[in-house]
Ligand binder design. Structure first.
Ligand code: ADP
Ligand code: MG
Length: 328
């Protein structure tokens, strides 16, 4: 049984960045306005995320790392979202099968924080009182310690750190109301540090630099009959860069990739692309959760959705319209 869980977990979490992404989403879902990330050895030794969100009730700690433990399905209506929205209560369970997980958490009604560790889905002993601020610290240690084949296929710690940093940067663009920091263990300087209450344009500058951010136009689109609302910033036609940045694409606040959208938007840039330029694209799409299928790939990155042709078509023509109104 535990071998099955371990193998399943190793398919959802294939690199430290996958674990971090799940934990960042949890912190954002918990209403945090500040998220701090600490990384040692590319996340293999230590991956720690500290947030100031809701915290977790002490009574809920015993099942926290069991499969299908989720606090995010509040009504019967939401059941249709179980498979689609990514709320399946599997992330922490998976991580606990391939790493040591220690949670320190405090809800504001409690006088102190509670701290407890997990292995293989189970709580180890009882939660102990601990010092801590409101919010949650999740410490993941020795990721993949029991999957040697996975350890062998990973890139160097520096490359794994680069993937983590890229992922944090992307989330900071979409969740611009949240402050983020990310640093390597033992280093005093932050690889990324941005304060809360910002906007996505400023975040794009912090993460990808000024030359990208000054050449952006706002893109927005609402299509009621498709249950679709999209906002973002994309390169105007004055932007010259040969360096490709994969689209920063969020669907329902989950960082995803979606080939149909990527292809359609790229096509709109046409001659711009032909000159070898690579546009920057940030798009945050909200769509009826029961229309999204995030389960195409175990790591949930590639998504598909219902009525995708119509949706992609509308996005592309909106982009065309937006670009045509900009002076070049
Ligand atoms: P899901 O996010 O799909 O519900 P997870 O395994 O990612 O499943 O998390 C399980 C549950 O643990 C969440 O539903 C939430 O109640 C709780 N949780 C996890 N991380 C945090 C956090 N940082 N702050 C508050 N609650 C959290
Ligand atoms: Mg989650």
């Amino acid at each position: 049984e535990s071998v099955v869980n371990k193998i399943a977990a190793g398919e959802i979490i294939v690199a430290p960045v996958n674990a971090l992404k799940e934990m960042m989403e949890n912190s954002i879902d918990a209403g945090s306005s500040s998220i701090d990330i600490l990384v040692r050895d590319g996340g293999l030794k230590v991956l720690q995320i500290t947030d100031n969100g809701s915290g977790i009730n002490k009574e809920d700690l015993s099942i926290l790392c069991e499969r299908f433990t989720t606090s995010k399905l509040k009504s019967f209506d939401d059941l249709s979202s179980i498979q689609t929205y990514g709320f399946r209560g599997e992330a922490l369970a998976s991580i606990s099968h391939i790493a040591r997980v220690t949670v320190t958490t405090k809800v504001k009604e409690d006088a102190c924080a509670w701290k407890v560790s997990y292995a293989a889905g189970k709580m180890l002993g009882e939660p102990k009182p601990a010092a801590g601020k409101d919010g949650t610290v999740i410490l993941v240690e020795n990721l993949f310690y029991n999957i040697h084949s996975r350890l062998r296929t990973l890139k160097s710690p520096n490359e794994e750190f680069a993937k983590i940093l890229d992922c944090v940067g992307r989330y900071s663009i979409n969740a611009a109301h949240v402050g983020f920091s990310c640093k390597k263990f033992g280093e005093s300087h932050f690889a990324l540090s941005v304060k809360g209450n910002s906007n996505s344009r400023d975040r794009i500058r912090s993460v990808f630099g000024r030359s990208v951010s000054i050449n952006l136009v706002d893109l927005s689109l609402e299509v009621a009959e498709l249950g679709l609302a999209a906002r973002g910033q994309v390169s105007n036609l004055n932007f010259i860069s040969k360096k490709a940045i994969s689209p920063v694409l969020f669907i329902n606040d989950r960082l995803v990739s979606c080939d149909p959208i990527r292809r359609a938007l790229n096509q709109v840039y046409g001659s711009f692309l032909a000159k070898g330029n690579k546009p920057f694209i940030f798009l945050s799409i909200r769509i009826r959760p029961d229309w999204v299928d995030v389960n195409v790939h175990p790591t949930k990155r590639e998504v598909r959705f219902l009525r995708d042709e119509e949706i992609v078509e509308r996005l592309a023509s909106q982009l065309e319209d937006t670009l045509s109104k900009v002076d070049t």
